[in-house]
Design a binder for this molecule. Structure first.
Ligand code: SAM
Ligand code: SF4
Length: 470
């Protein structure tokens, strides 16, 4: 009975036959057709699965530049110039699953296992606050210490409780294994921001091949997790694919189906999309040699196509990628980035980057201050804003502002005020100078109303106020 129900659910959300059908049709990606789709995308209404299939094969250099330019236009129209910054916090690398690509898999003897105590979590958080972070993404393997799932709830409480001088963590997002409806309700009560979960691959056969043991073997339990999260009242959910496991064209079409399902059922799609690419991981052969490697060019196309297809959704780029790739994708639609990351529990205190407890290799090893300076030099406003979530602008309310491109009326002023907080409280003199130059350059480019609001908020920060947002 239960089995039947889950099979139905899977058939309902991801319809492989529809994807195969679209991909097997001889898609005519001639210039006129591609330009039609790009023109439609620039109206900010998103794209259909067929439209996405038209853009996927584009390789002509002129059309590619037009694709990238359209993505940039859509990003800047909706989100303005801000780039939200966060840090992951790995609280435990114990796991009962056997995901062949991950160092934390249960049968990997090469990883030193560790679950942080609440005191150790607080110590990590203090370090992140003192670097200037305001947003944390809590990450864990699927196995919690004796107390079970409440361990995660306690960790969230601990994170919010740490204060250091002017700083505190104002938004905790979480990336943990799928929960029951009742557990999701508890997670909502704990005041999380976004619940993130990546399907890894939407392709059923591949999913079976790479998930060899543990609860994660159940594709349907995972693909229906966002439904349970939303039923529990968690309005902001983040989806993702681990690129490299299967054909990326299939994966983005399947992701579109997942989004369509959430929109149909809840009236709102995902708040964010993550685009991790498979990176080498201790004790994983498949991570070193991805079965479907994604080239840098295809990776940029993926980001650009997603930006056009779901214009109102944030795109997250982690430190798995190198500084160069990260820079390139900022222009194509990325709206959130992690910085100064460690993927081993306790890694911020220990200062070690890739110890035997880490999840995968990092591509960007720079400390937060250096990333901030780089982002500012490129003309983007590093943002530590958490306003939407704290003002209840989540789920459909957020989308109502994002869809007509009005969210940037909030994003840019909030980005400037939180950026100035960072510059005054944490930046090196070099970064402060670069940042002040950026603020002076950005302000006059704003509309009259936006400029007035921003100026007022900046004056309050300069006068010593903190946590000023609109
Ligand atoms: N354990 C939970 C799960 O699997 O959903 C949540 C945390 S898991 C540590 C976070 C994500 O890391 C996974 O969803 C997967 O996409 C990603 N990941 C695992 N191994 C990776 C690798 N070798 N390279 C890049 N990303 C990887
Ligand atoms: Fe465990 Fe998640 Fe790693 Fe799989 S990806 S082994 S579930 S931590």
């Amino acid at each position: 009975m239960n089995m039947e129900k889950t099979m139905e659910d899977k058939g309902f959300i991801i319809q492989e036959t529809e994807i195969d059908h679209i991909l097997s049709k001889k898609i005519t990606s001639d210039a006129a057709k591609v330009r039609d789709v790009l023109a439609k995308a620039r109206e900010l209404k998103g794209l259909s699965l067929e439209d996405v299939a038209v853009l996927a094969p584009v390789s002509d250099p002129d059309l590619l530049s037009e694709l990238f330019a359209s993505a940039r236009y859509v990003k800047e129209t909706i989100y303005g110039q801000r780039l939200v910054i966060f840090a992951p916090l790995y609280i435990s690398n114990f796991c009962k699953n056997e995901c062949t690509y991950c160092a934390f898999r249960v049968r990997n003897p090469l990883v030193q296992r560790r679950a942080l105590t609440q005191a150790e979590i607080a110590r990590e958080v203090q370090i992140l606050i003192e670097q200037g972070h305001k947003r944390i993404l809590l990450v864990a393997g699927e196995s919690y210490p004796d107390e079970g799932f409440p361990y995660v709830l306690h960790a969230i409480d601990t994170i919010y409780s740490v204060k250091s001088k002017n700083g505190e963590i104002r938004r905790v997002n979480v990336n943990i294994a799928p929960l029951t409806l009742a557990e999701f309700k508890e997670l909502k009560e704990a005041k999380i921001g976004t619940y993130q979960l990546f399907q890894e691959t939407y392709h059923g056969d591949t999913y079976k091949k790479v998930h060899l043991g543990g609860k994660k073997r159940d594709y349907n339990w995972r693909v229906t997790a966002m439904d349970r999260a939303m039923e529990a009242g968690i309005n902001d959910v983040g989806i993702g694919v681990l690129f490299g496991l299967f054909d990326w064209r299939f994966e983005i079409l399947a992701m579109m189906q997942h989004i369509r399902h959430l929109e149909d059922r809840f009236g709102v799609g995902p708040h964010t999309i993550s685009v991790p690419r498979l990176e080498p991981a201790t004790g994983s052969d498949i991570a070193a040699q991805p079965p479907f490697p994604v080239s840098d060019l295809d990776f940029r196309k993926i980001v650009a196509i997603l930006r056009l297809a779901v214009p109102y959704t944030g795109i997250i780029m982690s430190t798995r990628e190198t500084p160069n790739i990260r820079r390139e994708t900022f222009a194509l639609g990325v709206s959130q980035i992690s910085a100064g990351s460690r993927t081993n529990p306790g890694g911020y205190f220990e200062g070690e980057e890739e110890s035997v407890g880490g999840q995968f290799s990092l591509g960007d090893h720079r400390p937060l201050d250096e990333v901030i300076r780089d982002v500012a030099t490129l003309g983007y406003i590093p943002s530590f804003c958490t306003a939407c979530y704290r003002l209840g602008r989540t789920g459909a309310d957020f989308m109502d502002l994002a869809k007509p491109g009005e969210i940037k009326e909030h994003c840019d002023p909030n980005a400037l005020s939180t950026f100035l907080e960072y510059l005054m409280d944490y930046a090196t003199p070099e970064t402060r100078q670069e940042g002040e130059t950026l603020i002076a350059r950005v302000l006059p480019q704003m509309t009259g109303k936006q400029q007035k609001i921003s100026q007022k908020m900046l004056d309050r920060i300069r006068a010593g106020k903190r946590d000023v947002f609109c």
